[in-house]
Design a binder for this molecule. Structure first.
Ligand code: PMP
Length: 318
Protein backbone atom coordinates (compact mmCIF):
# COMPACT_ATOMS: atom_id res chain seq x y z
CA UNK A 1 0.00 0.00 0.00
CA UNK A 2 1.45 3.36 -1.06
CA UNK A 3 1.28 6.26 1.43
CA UNK A 4 -0.83 9.11 -0.03
CA UNK A 5 1.35 11.29 -2.23
CA UNK A 6 4.43 9.12 -1.66
CA UNK A 7 5.20 8.85 -5.38
CA UNK A 8 5.90 12.04 -7.32
CA UNK A 9 6.94 12.88 -10.87
CA UNK A 10 10.38 14.52 -11.05
CA UNK A 11 12.92 14.97 -13.86
CA UNK A 12 11.05 12.59 -16.15
CA UNK A 13 10.63 9.77 -13.61
CA UNK A 14 8.24 8.54 -10.96
CA UNK A 15 10.23 8.60 -7.72
CA UNK A 16 9.70 8.64 -3.96
CA UNK A 17 8.91 12.15 -2.71
CA UNK A 18 12.05 12.14 -0.51
CA UNK A 19 14.23 11.85 -3.64
CA UNK A 20 12.68 14.85 -5.42
CA UNK A 21 15.02 17.67 -4.41
CA UNK A 22 16.24 20.73 -6.31
CA UNK A 23 19.61 22.47 -5.76
CA UNK A 24 19.63 25.95 -4.20
CA UNK A 25 21.10 27.33 -7.44
CA UNK A 26 17.90 26.48 -9.36
CA UNK A 27 16.72 29.56 -11.24
CA UNK A 28 13.07 29.03 -10.22
CA UNK A 29 14.04 28.93 -6.54
CA UNK A 30 15.92 32.21 -6.87
CA UNK A 31 13.45 34.18 -8.99
CA UNK A 32 10.06 32.44 -8.94
CA UNK A 33 10.43 31.52 -12.61
CA UNK A 34 7.93 28.72 -12.87
CA UNK A 35 4.30 28.22 -13.70
CA UNK A 36 1.95 25.78 -12.11
CA UNK A 37 -1.53 24.30 -11.99
CA UNK A 38 -3.88 23.27 -9.24
CA UNK A 39 -6.03 20.32 -10.27
CA UNK A 40 -8.52 18.34 -8.26
CA UNK A 41 -9.51 14.71 -8.51
CA UNK A 42 -12.56 13.48 -6.58
CA UNK A 43 -13.26 9.96 -5.40
CA UNK A 44 -16.70 8.93 -6.66
CA UNK A 45 -18.26 6.28 -4.39
CA UNK A 46 -21.01 5.79 -7.02
CA UNK A 47 -18.54 5.02 -9.81
CA UNK A 48 -15.99 3.44 -7.46
CA UNK A 49 -13.22 5.45 -9.07
CA UNK A 50 -11.21 8.63 -8.98
CA UNK A 51 -12.06 11.33 -11.58
CA UNK A 52 -9.79 14.21 -12.51
CA UNK A 53 -11.69 17.47 -13.16
CA UNK A 54 -11.09 19.29 -16.47
CA UNK A 55 -7.67 17.69 -16.90
CA UNK A 56 -7.28 18.75 -20.52
CA UNK A 57 -8.04 22.42 -19.75
CA UNK A 58 -5.54 22.43 -16.87
CA UNK A 59 -2.85 20.87 -19.07
CA UNK A 60 -3.62 23.41 -21.79
CA UNK A 61 -3.37 26.31 -19.35
CA UNK A 62 -0.06 24.97 -18.00
CA UNK A 63 1.46 24.94 -21.47
CA UNK A 64 -0.11 28.32 -22.33
CA UNK A 65 1.47 29.81 -19.17
CA UNK A 66 4.77 28.22 -20.18
CA UNK A 67 4.51 29.77 -23.63
CA UNK A 68 3.84 33.25 -22.24
CA UNK A 69 6.73 32.93 -19.77
CA UNK A 70 9.36 31.42 -22.10
CA UNK A 71 9.34 28.23 -20.09
CA UNK A 72 10.04 25.83 -22.93
CA UNK A 73 8.65 22.44 -21.85
CA UNK A 74 10.95 19.38 -21.98
CA UNK A 75 10.79 17.69 -25.44
CA UNK A 76 7.59 15.70 -26.05
CA UNK A 77 5.62 17.35 -23.25
CA UNK A 78 2.30 17.89 -25.01
CA UNK A 79 -1.12 18.52 -23.45
CA UNK A 80 -1.90 14.80 -23.90
CA UNK A 81 1.39 13.76 -22.27
CA UNK A 82 0.79 16.01 -19.22
CA UNK A 83 -2.64 14.39 -18.86
CA UNK A 84 -1.19 10.88 -19.11
CA UNK A 85 1.45 11.61 -16.49
CA UNK A 86 -1.16 13.02 -14.06
CA UNK A 87 -3.43 9.99 -14.48
CA UNK A 88 -0.50 7.58 -14.13
CA UNK A 89 0.76 9.40 -11.01
CA UNK A 90 -2.67 9.25 -9.34
CA UNK A 91 -3.00 5.56 -10.15
CA UNK A 92 0.45 4.82 -8.74
CA UNK A 93 -0.50 6.56 -5.48
CA UNK A 94 -3.62 4.34 -5.22
CA UNK A 95 -5.90 7.12 -4.00
CA UNK A 96 -9.45 6.35 -2.84
CA UNK A 97 -10.14 9.88 -1.55
CA UNK A 98 -10.24 13.46 -2.89
CA UNK A 99 -6.86 14.67 -4.13
CA UNK A 100 -5.12 17.87 -5.15
CA UNK A 101 -2.55 17.67 -7.96
CA UNK A 102 0.20 20.25 -8.28
CA UNK A 103 2.21 20.27 -11.55
CA UNK A 104 5.02 22.84 -11.71
CA UNK A 105 6.95 23.63 -14.86
CA UNK A 106 10.03 25.49 -13.67
CA UNK A 107 13.37 26.90 -14.74
CA UNK A 108 15.60 24.08 -13.58
CA UNK A 109 18.84 25.55 -14.96
CA UNK A 110 21.38 27.20 -12.66
CA UNK A 111 22.24 30.72 -13.64
CA UNK A 112 22.29 33.94 -11.68
CA UNK A 113 21.12 35.87 -14.73
CA UNK A 114 17.69 37.49 -14.46
CA UNK A 115 16.28 36.31 -17.76
CA UNK A 116 13.85 33.73 -19.10
CA UNK A 117 15.16 32.53 -22.45
CA UNK A 118 17.94 30.00 -22.76
CA UNK A 119 17.50 28.30 -19.38
CA UNK A 120 16.38 24.67 -19.21
CA UNK A 121 12.93 23.86 -17.78
CA UNK A 122 11.57 20.75 -16.14
CA UNK A 123 8.23 19.41 -14.94
CA UNK A 124 7.51 18.07 -11.47
CA UNK A 125 4.15 16.94 -10.10
CA UNK A 126 3.12 16.05 -6.59
CA UNK A 127 -0.24 15.16 -5.07
CA UNK A 128 -1.86 15.33 -1.66
CA UNK A 129 -5.15 14.27 -0.09
CA UNK A 130 -7.41 17.31 -0.09
CA UNK A 131 -10.78 18.09 1.47
CA UNK A 132 -12.48 21.49 1.60
CA UNK A 133 -9.90 24.29 1.48
CA UNK A 134 -12.36 26.94 2.67
CA UNK A 135 -15.72 26.58 4.37
CA UNK A 136 -18.22 26.07 1.55
CA UNK A 137 -21.33 25.74 3.71
CA UNK A 138 -21.67 28.64 6.12
CA UNK A 139 -20.35 31.59 4.09
CA UNK A 140 -17.12 33.58 4.09
CA UNK A 141 -16.40 37.02 5.53
CA UNK A 142 -14.13 38.82 3.09
CA UNK A 143 -12.41 42.19 2.89
CA UNK A 144 -11.29 44.31 -0.02
CA UNK A 145 -7.53 44.15 0.12
CA UNK A 146 -5.19 47.12 0.20
CA UNK A 147 -2.97 45.02 -2.11
CA UNK A 148 -3.91 45.44 -5.75
CA UNK A 149 -4.09 42.47 -8.12
CA UNK A 150 -0.98 42.31 -10.33
CA UNK A 151 -1.51 44.17 -13.56
CA UNK A 152 -1.28 42.21 -16.82
CA UNK A 153 1.49 44.61 -17.90
CA UNK A 154 3.55 43.75 -14.81
CA UNK A 155 3.18 39.96 -14.67
CA UNK A 156 0.89 38.34 -17.26
CA UNK A 157 -2.40 37.61 -15.51
CA UNK A 158 -3.41 34.91 -17.99
CA UNK A 159 -0.41 32.86 -16.93
CA UNK A 160 -0.10 31.18 -13.53
CA UNK A 161 3.48 32.05 -12.56
CA UNK A 162 4.80 30.75 -9.24
CA UNK A 163 6.42 34.10 -8.37
CA UNK A 164 3.17 36.01 -8.86
CA UNK A 165 1.64 34.26 -5.85
CA UNK A 166 3.55 36.58 -3.55
CA UNK A 167 0.81 39.06 -4.49
CA UNK A 168 -1.92 36.55 -3.52
CA UNK A 169 -0.14 35.62 -0.29
CA UNK A 170 0.18 39.27 0.79
CA UNK A 171 -3.55 39.80 0.26
CA UNK A 172 -4.72 36.61 1.96
CA UNK A 173 -2.32 37.17 4.88
CA UNK A 174 -3.63 40.69 5.37
CA UNK A 175 -7.23 39.38 5.38
CA UNK A 176 -6.52 36.66 7.92
CA UNK A 177 -4.52 38.99 10.17
CA UNK A 178 -7.60 41.24 10.31
CA UNK A 179 -9.95 38.38 11.14
CA UNK A 180 -11.42 37.83 7.66
CA UNK A 181 -11.54 34.55 5.74
CA UNK A 182 -10.39 35.86 2.36
CA UNK A 183 -9.33 38.92 0.37
CA UNK A 184 -10.90 40.43 -2.74
CA UNK A 185 -8.40 42.30 -4.88
CA UNK A 186 -9.03 45.33 -7.06
CA UNK A 187 -7.28 46.15 -10.31
CA UNK A 188 -4.76 49.00 -10.42
CA UNK A 189 -7.57 51.30 -11.55
CA UNK A 190 -9.89 50.22 -8.77
CA UNK A 191 -12.28 47.71 -10.34
CA UNK A 192 -13.13 44.36 -8.81
CA UNK A 193 -10.76 41.65 -10.04
CA UNK A 194 -10.81 38.42 -8.02
CA UNK A 195 -10.00 36.80 -4.69
CA UNK A 196 -6.44 35.80 -3.80
CA UNK A 197 -6.73 32.43 -5.51
CA UNK A 198 -10.25 32.19 -6.92
CA UNK A 199 -12.66 34.06 -9.18
CA UNK A 200 -15.57 36.10 -7.90
CA UNK A 201 -19.23 35.98 -8.91
CA UNK A 202 -22.11 38.26 -7.90
CA UNK A 203 -25.84 37.87 -8.27
CA UNK A 204 -27.72 41.10 -8.89
CA UNK A 205 -31.49 40.86 -9.32
CA UNK A 206 -31.23 37.33 -10.67
CA UNK A 207 -28.35 38.14 -13.07
CA UNK A 208 -25.04 36.32 -12.60
CA UNK A 209 -22.11 38.74 -12.97
CA UNK A 210 -18.36 38.07 -13.02
CA UNK A 211 -15.41 40.38 -13.81
CA UNK A 212 -14.14 40.26 -17.38
CA UNK A 213 -10.83 38.62 -18.29
CA UNK A 214 -9.31 42.02 -19.12
CA UNK A 215 -9.59 43.08 -15.47
CA UNK A 216 -6.47 41.07 -14.59
CA UNK A 217 -8.27 37.90 -13.51
CA UNK A 218 -6.84 34.47 -13.98
CA UNK A 219 -9.36 32.98 -16.39
CA UNK A 220 -10.43 30.17 -14.08
CA UNK A 221 -11.54 26.74 -15.18
CA UNK A 222 -14.09 26.57 -12.34
CA UNK A 223 -15.33 29.99 -13.54
CA UNK A 224 -15.93 28.35 -16.91
CA UNK A 225 -17.83 25.48 -15.22
CA UNK A 226 -20.00 27.99 -13.32
CA UNK A 227 -20.79 29.93 -16.51
CA UNK A 228 -21.71 26.70 -18.33
CA UNK A 229 -23.93 25.46 -15.48
CA UNK A 230 -25.62 28.88 -15.21
CA UNK A 231 -26.32 29.10 -18.96
CA UNK A 232 -27.65 25.53 -18.92
CA UNK A 233 -30.17 26.70 -16.30
CA UNK A 234 -31.22 29.67 -18.39
CA UNK A 235 -29.70 32.21 -16.01
CA UNK A 236 -28.78 35.58 -17.47
CA UNK A 237 -25.00 35.93 -17.36
CA UNK A 238 -22.88 39.10 -17.66
CA UNK A 239 -19.09 38.99 -17.96
CA UNK A 240 -18.02 42.60 -17.61
CA UNK A 241 -16.30 45.28 -15.53
CA UNK A 242 -17.52 45.29 -11.91
CA UNK A 243 -17.42 48.30 -9.57
CA UNK A 244 -16.46 48.07 -5.91
CA UNK A 245 -19.84 49.33 -4.70
CA UNK A 246 -21.63 46.74 -6.84
CA UNK A 247 -19.98 44.10 -4.71
CA UNK A 248 -21.19 45.76 -1.51
CA UNK A 249 -24.75 45.97 -2.88
CA UNK A 250 -24.99 42.46 -4.40
CA UNK A 251 -27.80 40.06 -3.50
CA UNK A 252 -25.39 37.12 -3.46
CA UNK A 253 -21.67 36.60 -3.94
CA UNK A 254 -19.46 33.53 -4.16
CA UNK A 255 -15.92 32.46 -4.97
CA UNK A 256 -15.12 29.82 -7.58
CA UNK A 257 -11.83 27.98 -8.00
CA UNK A 258 -10.38 24.49 -8.03
CA UNK A 259 -9.23 24.79 -4.41
CA UNK A 260 -12.14 26.76 -2.92
CA UNK A 261 -14.71 24.95 -5.13
CA UNK A 262 -17.81 27.17 -4.84
CA UNK A 263 -17.74 29.09 -1.59
CA UNK A 264 -20.50 31.56 -0.65
CA UNK A 265 -19.50 35.03 0.53
CA UNK A 266 -21.87 36.42 3.15
CA UNK A 267 -20.03 39.55 4.26
CA UNK A 268 -17.83 42.13 2.48
CA UNK A 269 -16.03 44.79 4.55
CA UNK A 270 -18.58 44.47 7.34
CA UNK A 271 -21.65 44.65 5.05
CA UNK A 272 -23.94 41.63 4.97
CA UNK A 273 -24.49 40.30 1.47
CA UNK A 274 -28.13 39.55 0.68
CA UNK A 275 -29.75 37.75 3.59
CA UNK A 276 -26.40 36.81 5.14
CA UNK A 277 -26.83 33.14 4.27
CA UNK A 278 -26.44 30.88 1.28
CA UNK A 279 -28.47 32.51 -1.51
CA UNK A 280 -30.65 30.46 -3.89
CA UNK A 281 -28.51 30.95 -7.02
CA UNK A 282 -25.29 30.17 -5.15
CA UNK A 283 -26.88 27.08 -3.62
CA UNK A 284 -28.11 25.80 -6.97
CA UNK A 285 -24.79 26.31 -8.75
CA UNK A 286 -22.81 24.89 -5.83
CA UNK A 287 -25.01 21.77 -5.72
CA UNK A 288 -24.78 21.31 -9.48
CA UNK A 289 -20.98 21.74 -9.52
CA UNK A 290 -20.35 19.39 -6.60
CA UNK A 291 -22.65 16.72 -8.07
CA UNK A 292 -20.70 16.77 -11.33
CA UNK A 293 -17.18 16.74 -9.86
CA UNK A 294 -18.07 14.12 -7.25
CA UNK A 295 -19.38 11.87 -10.01
CA UNK A 296 -22.92 11.84 -8.59
CA UNK A 297 -24.55 12.52 -11.97
CA UNK A 298 -24.02 11.39 -15.55
CA UNK A 299 -24.17 14.98 -16.80
CA UNK A 300 -21.01 16.81 -17.90
CA UNK A 301 -19.03 13.56 -17.93
CA UNK A 302 -16.80 15.23 -20.51
CA UNK A 303 -15.33 17.28 -17.64
CA UNK A 304 -14.07 14.14 -15.87
CA UNK A 305 -11.09 11.92 -16.69
CA UNK A 306 -11.23 8.56 -14.90
CA UNK A 307 -8.11 7.18 -13.25
CA UNK A 308 -7.51 3.51 -13.98
CA UNK A 309 -4.67 1.17 -13.12
CA UNK A 310 -1.07 2.46 -13.48
CA UNK A 311 -0.01 2.55 -17.12
CA UNK A 312 3.41 1.07 -16.54
CA UNK A 313 4.89 -0.79 -13.61
CA UNK A 314 7.97 0.36 -11.69
CA UNK A 315 9.46 3.80 -11.50
CA UNK A 316 11.52 3.95 -14.67
CA UNK A 317 12.10 6.94 -16.90
CA UNK A 318 9.25 7.25 -19.40
N1 PMP B 1 -7.57 33.20 -9.69
C1 PMP B 1 -6.38 32.87 -9.15
C2 PMP B 1 -5.39 33.95 -8.87
C3 PMP B 1 -6.07 31.52 -8.88
O1 PMP B 1 -4.91 31.19 -8.34
C4 PMP B 1 -7.05 30.53 -9.16
C5 PMP B 1 -6.76 29.09 -8.85
N2 PMP B 1 -6.10 28.47 -9.91
C6 PMP B 1 -8.27 30.93 -9.73
C7 PMP B 1 -8.50 32.27 -9.97
C8 PMP B 1 -9.32 29.92 -10.08
O2 PMP B 1 -8.89 29.17 -11.19
P1 PMP B 1 -9.35 27.67 -11.42
O3 PMP B 1 -10.82 27.65 -11.36
O4 PMP B 1 -8.83 27.35 -12.77
O5 PMP B 1 -8.74 26.85 -10.34
Amino acid sequence: MTAPGEIVYFEGRFVAQAEAKVPITTHAFNYGTGCFEGIRAYWSPRQERLNVVRLQEHAERLLRSAHILHLEPPPGLTVERVGEIVVDLLARNEYREDVYVRPILYKSGATIKVTLSGISSDLCIYTLPFGDYLDIRSGLRVMISAWRRIDDNSIPSRAKPTGAYLNAALASDEARARGFDEAIMLTGDGHVSEASSSNLFLVEQGVLVTPQATDDVLVGITRDCVLALARERGLQVEVRRVDRSELLAADEAFLAGTGVQIAPVTEVDGRTIGGGGLGPVTRELQDAYLKVVRGETDEWQEWLTPVGAPETAGAGRD
